[in-house]
Design a protein around this ligand. Sequence first.
Ligand SMILES: [Fe+2]
Length: 387
Amino acid sequence: MLSQSQLLQLFKETRKDSESICSYLETEDYVVQPIVDVSPPKWHLGHTTWFFEEFVLKKFAKNHKLFDENTAFVFNSYYESVGEKVVRTDRGNLSRPTVAWIYKFRDYVTKAIIELLENETLSTEALEVLEIGCHHEKQHQELLYTDIKYILGNNPLMPGYNQQFEENPIQNFEREWINISEGVYEIGHTSDDFSYDNELGAHKTYLQEYTISNKLVTNAEYLEFVQAGGYQDVLLWHAEAWDWVNTNNISTPFYWHKIDNVWHQYTLKGLVKLDPDAPVTHISYYEAFAYAQWKGMRLPTEQEWEIAQKDFEWGSRWEWTESSYAPYPDYQKADGALGEYNGKFMVNQKVLRGASVATSSKHSRYTYRNFFHPQLRWQFTGFRLVK
Ligand SMILES: [Fe+2]
């Protein structure tokens, strides 16, 4: 657990990072919500601020005066026990509060938290919630990148976001297959460093012998599947995946465009030629599964991923696993509203492991359990194979 002064440092840099991410935006970019999963950037800035005011200042700061009585209604995401809120699909319909207002709200809450950390000796409970607040904001920083990418990348002009943002690191090494022998292994978070409740409860797990790739599947490899008619072969797909492919006319990963017979990809730098050596990204679990079927292989389970990860590089793509998002045997959710953070999402979702090019600093660890519905692909998702 971090000391109060370390936490102060983490808090300051986290708040600043969100604002740097948004510094490349025009005011209009902050407001739109093109699909339900993509929130307006201004909403992320307000929501992460609301989190600190609701869960830290209201509870642990004496005489804290709310910046505004209505912020909870606008910026509460899914904490049903905290009260009424704007329905998710309406986040992009609100021209008010304005972006300028939200920056004032941020400033007000940032100063109040800094004052609290500098002048009071806080309880362990308060420090824990503050640390969750920082990691919560880091999670939203990744969403800021992916939501901004969706907003700009689905604009017909396809404007770039930032020419410095490198999202396609090349895995400059040969493919090897790492063999892991049969046995009983332990997984889960055990150190004193921060983790979410869903990683706790380290426990034993039995694994059969397996062989896992040290490399993520690349664009060139995935393109072979596209060109071989993978999207047209019903036998490779789950039933609901096949419906999804046909209903949505899916025939490539998201953000791929064929222009004058040359494959391109929209990136945060703008439209570029598809790099064959980059790891494929913006694919759904359905597509990862179908590709694995086509190769006669499979995806790793999250247990297999966690045990093998020390032997390969990871961190550029969130890696789909074959595991359903479920509680570990000793899972205990937190008391009160923060118990809504993870536990209530443990149904109908798949676990992703690793981290991505958009994951914030100090926010990755090998026990991290990310989760998304199987059809979603606006995150920097990818996969590796097991045979
Ligand atoms: Fe949130």
